[in-house]
Write a protein that binds this ligand. Structure first.
Ligand SMILES: [Zn+2]
Length: 409
C-alpha cells in the first residue's frame, strides 16, 4: 500500500534539515542540503533503487525495468527551498515518487521502462540568483559560464561544487541524451487557490506559464511639496500610480493573464518632496506566448502614453523573459486517466509558477500533477496540505506510472 502518512512524515523529516532552527531554509550545496540529499538517497535505496548524488548535487535514484538499461520515465522535483519556506514545495514530488517506486518494488513489479526519481539540488535559485541549476544540468542546457556565478559570500558555483566534494569536470556526465528519457512527470503543490476553491484535490497541468519582467524608470522633476503649484508639477510617483493601474487593467482583460507591479521605489523619497523619479518592476505571465507578448506591448504603450501626458521621460528595460513550457497532450491524456482512476474529477489548469520541467523540456516531453494546498499559500511556513490529498496525489501518480506508455515521436 502507498502510505500517505509516510509521505507526510518524510516531508516533516526533510523540513528539519534547515539553516534556520524553527523555520525552513535550505539552499543549494549547503550542509543542510547534504543531509536532505542523504536522507532521500536512503529512502530511494529502501525502495529498491540504485541511488547516488550526481555531479550537480541532484539526488538520483533508478529502478530498472524488465531489463537493465531501458530508457526511463523520469519523476522528480526539487529539494532546495526559498528562505523561510514551506515543507511541501518540491519535497512532496520527490517523496511521493519514491513512495510509488516502493510500491512497485514491494510487488516485485517491473515495467517495460525504467523509473528514475530525481531530487533536484537547485530549482529556486536562492543561493546564486540563478534558477533551475539542477534540471538544466540534466537537460544539458547549462552554459558553463554560469558556473562562475558567485553567491553573497563570493563563492562561485564551481567552487561550491568542489567544496561539496563534487567534481565540476564531471558535469558533462549529468547531461542526458534525448532518447534516455521517455518523459518527465512532476507532482507539485499547486501554489495557488484554484483547486481549493473548486473543492478538488488534484489538477492536471496544461502548461508552465511564460513570463516577462520589465524594469521601468519614470523621470520627472523633484520639487518642494509646499511651493510648486499642482499645474507645474512633473510628479513621477503620481504617474507611476496610473501605470500600476494600467498593468492591472491589462491583466484583467483576459482570465489567462496575470500582471503584477511587485516593487516600486520613489526618489528622493521624502515626505515634503515631489517624487522626481520612480523605478518599478512589471511581471506578466500567461499560458500562451502571443497573449503575453501582446499584453506586454500594451503595458508599454500605456506607460509611454501616461508619461507623455505628464511630460515625463521613460526608460523601459526587459529584465528576463521565458516562453511557455507546454505539457505534452499525450502525457496530459495519460495523466487525466490516472486522476480519473484515482476516483477524482479531471480538472486541467496552467501553472503560474516556474518548475524544473521548463528545463527538462529541452530533452523530453513533460507532464505535471498539482496537489491542492491550503489557501493557495506557498513559499511560506504556512504552506500546508492534507494527508488525504498527499495520499490521493500519490495514488494518481502511481496510476500514471503503471499506465504509462511512451508515444514514439
Ligand atoms: Zn517548487
Amino acid at each position: 500500500m502507498l502510505s500517505a502518512e509516510r509521505i507526510m512524515q518524510r516531508c516533516e523529516a526533510l523540513a528539519r534539515h534547515s539553516e534556520l532552527p524553527g523555520g525552513l531554509t535550505r539552499v543549494f550545496l549547503s550542509p543542510e542540503s547534504r543531509a536532505a540529499g542523504e536522507a532521500v538517497l536512503g529512502w530511494m535505496r529502501e525502495a529498491g533503487m540504485q541511488a547516488k548524488l550526481d555531479a550537480m548535487g541532484n539526488a538520483v535514484g533508478r529502478y530498472e525495468g524488465e531489463r537493465a538499461g531501458l530508457p526511463c520515465l523520469m519523476l522528480g522535483s526539487h529539494l532546495d527551498t526559498v528562505r523561510d519556506a514551506g515543507r511541501y514545495d518540491g519535497m512532496l514530488g520527490v517523496v511521493s515518487a519514491i513512495e510509488c517506486v516502493d510500491f512497485l518494488n514491494r510487488k516485485n513489479k517491473r515495467l517495460p521502462f525504467a523509473v528514475e526519481v530525481v531530487g533536484f539540488g537547485d530549482e529556486e535559485g536562492v543561493r546564486f540568483g540563478t534558477t533551475l541549476l539542477g534540471s538544466r544540468a540534466v537537460a544539458g542546457t547549462l552554459d558553463p559560464a554560469v558556473l562562475k556565478t558567485k553567491d553573497g559570500k563570493g563563492i562561485s558555483i564551481e567552487q561550491a561544487l568542489r567544496d561539496f566534494g563534487l567534481d565540476p569536470d564531471e558535469l558533462i556526465k549529468v547531461k542526458r541524451k534525448k532518447g534516455d528519457l521517455l518523459a518527465y512527470a512532476e507532482l507539485h503543490i499547486e501554489q495557488g487557490p484554484v483547486l481549493e476553491a473548486e473543492g478538488l484535490a488534484l489538477g492536471v497541468v496544461t502548461a508552465i506559464n511564460g513570463f516577462s519582467r520589465l524594469r521601468v524608470t519614470l523621470t520627472g522633476t523633484a520639487g518642494h511639496a509646499g511651493t510648486v503649484p499642482m499645474r507645474l508639477r512633473r510628479d513621477a510617483l503620481a504617474a507611476a500610480a496610473e501605470c500600476v493601474l494600467a498593468v492591472e487593467r491589462t491583466a484583467q482583460a483576459d482570465p489567462e493573464l496575470v500582471g503584477t507591479v511587485g516593487r516600486i521605489e520613489a526618489k528622493p523619497g521624502a515626505i515634503n518632496v515631489i517624487p522626481g523619479a520612480v523605478e518599478f518592476t512589471v511581471d506578466v505571465r500567461a499560458p500562451r506566448d502571443e497573449l503575453r507578448e501582446k499584453a506586454v506591448a500594451s503595458v508599454i504603450d500605456a506607460i509611454e502614453a501616461i508619461a507623455r501626458a505628464r511630460a515625463l521621460t521613460t526608460k523601459i528595460e526587459n529584465l528576463q523573459s521565458s516562453g511557455v513550457a507546454a505539457c505534452a497532450p499525450w502525457l496530459m491524456a495519460q495523466m487525466d486517466r490516472a486522476v480519473a482512476a484515482a476516483g477524482l474529477k479531471v480538472r486541467r489548469l496552467p501553472s503560474g509558477a516556474g518548475h524544473d520541467g521548463m528545463a527538462i523540456q529541452a530533452i523530453a516531453d513533460i507532464a505535471m500533477l498539482f496537489v491542492r494546498c491550503k489557501g493557495g499559500v506557498s513559499h511560506n511556513p504556512a504552506e500546508a496540505i492534507s494527508q488525504d490529498d498527499a495520499g490521493v496525489g500519490a495514488r494518481a501518480l502511481l496510476h500514471f506510472i503503471e499506465g504509462f506508455h511512451a508515444v514514439s515521436a
